[in-house]
Design a binder for this molecule. Structure first.
Ligand code: GSH
Length: 204
């Protein structure tokens, strides 16, 4: 497998999952600061021009965080990244969609990079404020969902925890004070060997 990964981006979550699984993989670093995602060679492989992308051993390429995460979970079931009972599955899908489609795309994206959407500084301020509101509301909901549990997935982290984790680093970048369950979650994740390996390089 080969992960196409941009430091500081959501592809960190897929890297965490790969490290939790422990299967060998190669890494290609895409530099978003120099628009590496728009490089013709990368676009030929992933026309969406986004990370993460995962090239599997048969050469086929998967995109979209939820699809990559689910494929990894199913391919490596021993890692326990995804529940096997129907209610657990549907609740995980519900939460994963909220984390990626709402909290990430409609919250953090607007709060962190409003300039991607509008050139006018006042409009950017309004978008940033809207994004921050979505983030704060979303974090409160995820914190309530986590409660006293160590991980969203239960006793060990799963796909939803990987999706939450990269956004905790974004919250730190925005200097957002985390609700207590999410602060504890972030500390817990930081102590995991897999997470340290995912972070312990220039390509974190
Ligand atoms: N829906 C996509 C979102 C991927 C995404 O937005 N990736 C960002 C980094 S976090 C990216 O590649 N941004 C570069 C760009 O938009 O040009 C997914 O779930 O994987």
């Amino acid at each position: 497998m080969r992960l196409f990964h941009a430091p500081g981006s959501c592809s960190l979550g897929i890297r965490v999952l790969l490290e939790e699984i422990g299967a060998p993989y190669d890494l290609t670093v895409i530099d978003l600061a120099t628009a590496g995602q728009r490089d013709p060679a990368y676009l030929a492989m992933n026309p969406k021009g986004k990370v993460p992308a995962l090239m599997r051993d048969d050469g086929s390429v998967l995109t979209e965080f939820p699809a990559i995460a689910l494929w990894l979970a199913r391919e490596f079931p021993a890692a326990g990244l995804w529940p096997t009972d129907r209610e657990g599955e549907v609740r995980t899908l519900e939460l994963l969609d909220f984390l990626v489609a709402s909290l990430h795309m409609r919250g953090f994206t607007l709060a962190l990079v409003p300039g991607k959407f509008v050139p006018d500084p006042a409009a950017q301020d309004a978008l940033r404020a809207h994004g921050l509101g979505v983030v704060r509301d979303g974090l409160a909901q995820v914190a309530a969902r986590l409660g006293d549990a160590p991980y969203l997935n239960g006793e060990r982290p799963g796909v939803t925890d990987a999706a939450l984790f990269y956004q905790m680093l974004w919250a730190a970048r925005l200097q957002i004070e985390l609700p207590a369950p999410l602060a504890g979650f972030t500390q817990r994740m930081m102590t995991r060997d897999a997470v340290r390996r995912a972070l312990d390089s220039a390509a974190a």
